[in-house]
Design a protein around this ligand. Structure first.
Ligand SMILES: [Zn+2]
Ligand SMILES: [Zn+2]
Length: 211
């Protein structure tokens, strides 16, 4: 048994059912603000390579990496619906590569699997005001949407964020005949499909790693 600050006895791990609005809690759900990608860096301590913002400007962020770890188009049905677009353009970054300079309390979440709006990973992150998609937050990485980034149309932006491949290509609503690798599912974890016929290319199934 432990005693809380009001002197109420309770067993360790026995969580009260309700928290008063405004009360300070140390619940896991409230800890996101202090961890990457939401941890706010002190001025001058973040090496800024790019800046991005939502449509209304409430959400603003900086990136410290010149090139994403990877850049891909995702043609899956969930991305089509969530973005209201033929496909999603996703640039993968470490969670420590981003610094929110404005609006990090104005974010909204959505988990397409459970259809819940609590902060639960993996989830979609939006501006709570204008609803611009900001990123997909995974357990270890974030997927940013390069069209929010200033300078994306410059030669430097086009080069840095150029895509390497397409994912879930059989679910596409438009053909993109750019000669880049097209995966049936996740990149490097599914076979390649032919960009003209949409058929799986025999012999391109990824090898199972030896355990
Ligand atoms: Zn906004
Ligand atoms: Zn997708």
């Amino acid at each position: 048994m432990t005693e809380d600050k009001d002197g109420n006895k309770r067993s360790v791990g026995d969580e009260p059912h309700q928290y008063q609005a405004g009360s300070t809690t140390h619940r896991e759900e409230d800890q996101w603000k202090h961890r990457p990608p939401y941890r706010v860096h002190e001025k001058g301590t973040f090496d800024v390579k790019w800046r991005g913002k939502c449509h209304c400007g409430a959400i603003q962020y900086e990136l410290s990496r010149e090139k994403p770890l990877a850049s891909k188009y995702c043609h899956c049905t969930t991305c089509q619906r969530m973005h209201g677009a033929p496909f999603q353009w996703a640039a993968i970054f470490h969670k420590t590569d981003i610094n929110f300079t404005s609006g990090h309390h104005d974010l909204g979440w959505y988990d397409p699997t459970s259809k819940s709006t609590t902060h639960h990973l993996p989830c979609k992150v939006q501006c709570a005001y204008c609803r611009s998609p900001i990123m997909d937050e995974g357990r270890n990485m974030i997927l940013l949407f390069p069209t929010l980034i200033e300078g994306i149309k410059t030669p430097r932006g086009r080069e840095a964020f150029e895509v390497q491949s397409h994912m879930f290509y059989p679910q596409r609503v438009v053909d993109i005949k750019d000669g880049k690798p097209k995966f049936q599912g996740l990149a490097d974890e599914s076979p390649l499909v032919d960009e003209d016929t949409g058929e799986v290319i025999p012999g391109t199934e990824p090898k199972k790693e030896d355990k």
